[in-house]
Design a protein around this ligand. Structure first.
Ligand SMILES: Cc1cc2nc3c(=O)[nH]c(=O)nc-3n(C[C@H](O)[C@H](O)[C@H](O)COP(=O)(O)OP(=O)(O)OC[C@H]3O[C@@H](n4cnc5c(N)ncnc54)[C@H](O)[C@@H]3O)c2cc1C
Length: 448
């Protein structure tokens, strides 16, 4: 029987281990807790939820709801455990975290083909097929080895996420499209620019300075890599009235077509997905609490009605530059029997992390039995996430969670109200079609 190694007994690793074992493979699952801890996990349980106990909305017209539904269809083991240990939470799938972790731990430790090894894996195994699912707090020894394999420049240690808005919610009667004239680098592309006069700028600076921020945790304060290259926007604002106007909000090389003049300051937004439906605020990584963050960012002219698909955040997070390193099957581009899963791929959110464990495991099992790779259709939420991490811009790669903006546009002529239903129905049919093509008995017969 072929043996495979899974590193990390978190959400992605346990889903992967179970899916591999169910396909007849012998799995060695390495989990370093409780001997070595991450600083965020508190127990020795597998699949421990480190923060919220919610896997997100389960409503079918929400992005996480759609993803959960797809995982349900794909016979995800962890989604089954979540449904079994769910607690009342309105429209969300929230679990009793102890019962959830316990159920996963019991199923993994009693599975006849899984051996749980409570040790840190400090190196990437060279002679055994492997899935790396060591999470956002991967141990330093393994991080160093991943950096050696991928190249130091393709491994990141923290998220400095700037907020992302839906392009359709930007007021283009105020904002304008342009690039700075004196740069013109081919890869810079066009930006959407929100111009501010002096009064608007100073009001924004004052709001940023007085905003409440999220406290750093001990393991973040102590981490030598954390924050080394990127300052939160509120910290820049505190350095002086002009700091932002000479920094990320510099107006140099830009003229507001409405006035013909250079604005006092500018917030630039950069296209975030190929379809051009999402834009991120350049240089606006921040630790401001989310509710306040929305209000403050809506002070920016042109963003007064902005719809945010992601708020700005900064936190410790180990992840690789997936567009350079991974196929959409989550296979490593430089080694066929090596896969990545979980947050380390740049896919965020509990449900997304579970999903990547499933995709990596199905594909590794298929690779080992000589079958073709399973590329999920990009019309599905899970396929869109895998497609995103494999094809996003390499230069500014930032993690992404499930959202409707990463799905392909609905057919032309679909009106505003019909968009989501059209995208949902298309995803359902695409997944059905993909499963018919796949001929994987484990995915086609309901077992839960
Ligand atoms: C503080 C914090 C709060 C978060 N809050 C949320 C939230 O509320 N909602 C949300 O959706 N996401 C949250 N996240 C992200 C969250 O971690 C992921 O969604 C999810 O847990 C990641 O799944 P994973 O399987 O990739 O990693 P994990 O679930 O972290 O699993 C990785 C496992 O690998 C083990 N490990 C690491 N290195 C090694 C090694 N070398 N050898 C053996 N074992 C190793 C770790 O001990 C861990 O058990 C949070 C992350 C952090 C750090």
């Amino acid at each position: 029987m072929t043996t495979v190694i899974v590193i990390g007994g978190g959400l992605a690793g346990t889903e992967a281990a179970w899916q591999l074992a169910e396909r007849g493979l012998e799995v060695h699952l390495y989990e370093m807790r409780p001997h070595k801890t991450t600083g965020a996990h508190a127990t020795d349980r597998l699949a421990e939820l480190v923060c919220s106990n919610s896997l997100g909305s389960k409503l079918p017209d929400r992005a996480t709801g759609m993803l959960q539904q797809e995982l349900h269809t794909l016979q995800s083991f962890l989604i089954h455990c979540a449904e079994k240990t769910a607690v009342p939470a309105g429209g969300a799938l929230a679990v009793d975290r102890e019962a959830f972790g316990q159920m996963v731990t019991e199923a993994i430790t009693t599975h006849p083909r899984i051996r749980l090894i409570r040790e840190e894996m400090p190196r990437i195994p060279v002679d055994t097929p492997t899935i790396i699912a060591s999470g956002p707090l991967t141990s330093l020894a393994l991080s160093d080895d991943i950096a050696r394999l991928c190249g130091q420049e393709y491994l990141y240690f923290y998220d400095a996420l700037s907020p992302i808005v839906e392009a359709s919610s930007i007021d283009m009667s105020i904002a304008f499209t342009a690039s700075r004239y004196q740069r013109g680098e081919a890869d810079e592309g066009d930006y959407i620019n929100c111009p501010l006069n002096k009064e608007e700028y100073l009001q924004l600076v004052a709001a940023l300075r007085s905003a409440e921020t999220i406290e750093l945790r001990d393991f973040e304060r102590e981490d030598p890599h954390f924050f080394e290259g990127c300052l939160p926007v509120e910290q820049i604002a505190r350095r002086g009235d002009d700091a932002l106007a000479f920094g990320p909000m510099r107006p140099v090389g830009l003229r507001d077509p409405r006035t013909g003049k250079r604005p006092h300051a500018v917030v630039q937004l950069r296209q975030d997905n190929l379809a051009g439906t999402l834009y991120n605020l350049v240089g606006f990584q921040t630790n401001i609490r989310w509710a306040q963050q929305k209000d403050i960012l809506r002070l920016i002219p042109g963003l007064q009605n902005a719809q945010f698909v992601r708020m700005g955040q900064m936190h410790r997070n180990t992840f690789i530059n997936a567009p350079v390193l991974l196929h959409p099957t989550l296979q490593f581009r430089g080694r066929d029997d090596l896969y990545f899963a979980g947050q380390i791929t740049g896919i965020e959110g509990y449900a997304g992390n579970i999903a990547t464990g499933l995709v990596a495991a199905v594909n590794l099992a298929r690779y080992l039995s000589g079958q073709s790779a399973w590329v999920l259709p990009p019309e599905t939420m899970l396929g869109a996430l895998c497609h995103y991490v494999a094809h996003a811009a390499e230069k500014h790669f930032q993690p992404m969670k499930a959202n409707f903006g990463i799905l392909p546009e609905p057919p032309p002529g679909t009106d505003k109200h019909g968009r989501k239903p059209a995208q949902m129905e298309r995803a359902r049919l695409a997944l059905q079609h993909s499963l018919q093509q796949l001929a994987d008995a484990r995915l086609q017969q309901p077992i839960f």
